[in-house]
Design a protein around this ligand. Structure first.
Ligand code: AHG
Ligand code: MN
Ligand code: MN
Length: 339
């Protein structure tokens, strides 16, 4: 069978032995995410239609279909992981507190926690633009058999054993890493099967795309302003272009394929940045590094930050290695020139 015909299910089985922990639990977590992704993908593809159906059947007051998609996606991912009894805890961007998961026998014998942004880019749902799901998996720190605690979730990104994203775009793709490179699988919706379509994904070392919300320009730190001006200077040698979707997953996915840098820096109105360290920055940073890219908070490696709270935010500079280094140079220069 040709490499690109391999299904995600086959890939997981073949690679289980290469996983750091090969008890099969991690494979089962990826399998659950695969299932939940298919359910959410189906729902996302009907996003506009649901309202039409709802309006036609006025007496339908169950509310299920009217549920906002980010709440729906949150429930699907959490319930799928809980039902399969494969994790000991879940933290979600949508929930204030982490969830302790116990087995049907009330045990706490599973060893992994999952952190999730169930629907990333949710402001794009209503306008038919790509959204995503981001996930991150850690081995618990507390002893197996006891309920999870906050410290199981507040681990630096370098401890991740797996991370990935689903992009619900023109096609639905699941892209993930277990620390041995990055592989992308495309869903054939007709038969509900993911196929390995993008083996060993790599960020080009350089690129010509910068992705940031330039509406925030006036609030950017000087280093980001300087970098943007550097990209905009008219020179044949420097053909930069700007692309910004406003769904982190979609912006990163495009940049990984084409070469580019994603920037969500601190802004004066959001002094810690906007993106969430645990649900967005860490998993995307793991993917980026595994694909030969780089992820920084301006001055430090994202994955070395020790989190202090679940919903902590961080400035995020991520993408093609040389481009992230270049922005870091501008940030440093601007910082030094202040003194
Ligand atoms: P979420 O929908 O999970 O809250 O995430 C939105 C994030 C991210 O996906 C995106 O890159 C960024 O917010 C966009 O922010 P701006 O609208 O401020 O540009
Ligand atoms: Mn998000
Ligand atoms: Mn979200």
């Amino acid at each position: 069978m040709k490499e690109h015909n391999k299904t995600l299910g086959e890939f997981i089985i073949e690679n289980q032995a290469a996983f750091k922990y090969s008890s099969g639990e991690l494979s089962r977590i990826i399998n659950s995410i695969r299932l939940a992704a298919k359910v959410v993908s189906y729902k996302v593809s009907k996003a506009g239609l649901v309202d039409i159906i709802g309006a036609a059947g006025a007496q339908n007051i169950q509310g299920e279909d009217q549920q906002k998609l980010d709440v729906y996606a949150n429930e699907v991912f959490i319930q799928t992981l809980i039902n399969r009894e494969i994790v000991c805890g879940i933290a979600s961007e949508e929930n204030d507190e982490f969830i302790t998961v116990e087995g049907s026998d009330k045990s706490h014998n599973n060893k992994y926690v999952v952190l999730i942004d169930p629907l990333d880019g949710s402001s794009n749902i209503d306008v038919n633009v790509s959204v995503g799901t981001i996930f991150s998996v850690f081995r618990r720190i507390t002893p197996i058999g006891t309920p999870v605690t906050l410290e199981d979730f507040l681990q630096p990104g370098i401890n991740q054993v797996a991370a990935g994203y689903v992009i619900y775009g023109t096609s639905t793709m699941l892209v993930y890493t277990t620390g041995c490179g990055v592989n992308g699988f495309t869903l054939n919706p007709a038969i509900g099967t993911f196929y390995l379509s993008h083996p060993n994904m790599q960020f080009p070392k350089d690129g010509n795309i910068y992705s940031t919300n330039e509406g925030n320009y006036a609030y950017f730190p000087q280093g980001v302003k300087d970098y943007i001006k550097y990209c905009q200077v008219e020179e044949d040698e420097r053909p930069y272009t700007s692309r910004y979707i406003g769904s982190l997953v979609a912006d990163i996915h495009r940049n990984m394929i084409k070469g580019g840098v994603y920037i969500y820096s601190t802004i004066t109105t959001a002094p810690k940045g906007k993106l969430r360290l645990l649900y967005e920055c860490n998993p995307i940073a793991f993917i980026a590094e595994q694909a030969g890219g780089k992820a920084s908070d301006s001055f430090n490696r994202i994955m070395e930050i020790i989190p202090t709270e679940l919903h902590e935010r961080a400035p995020f500079f991520c993408g093609s290695y040389n481009m992230v280094e270049k922005v870091e140079d501008f940030m440093l220069k601007a910082k030094l020139s202040k003194y």
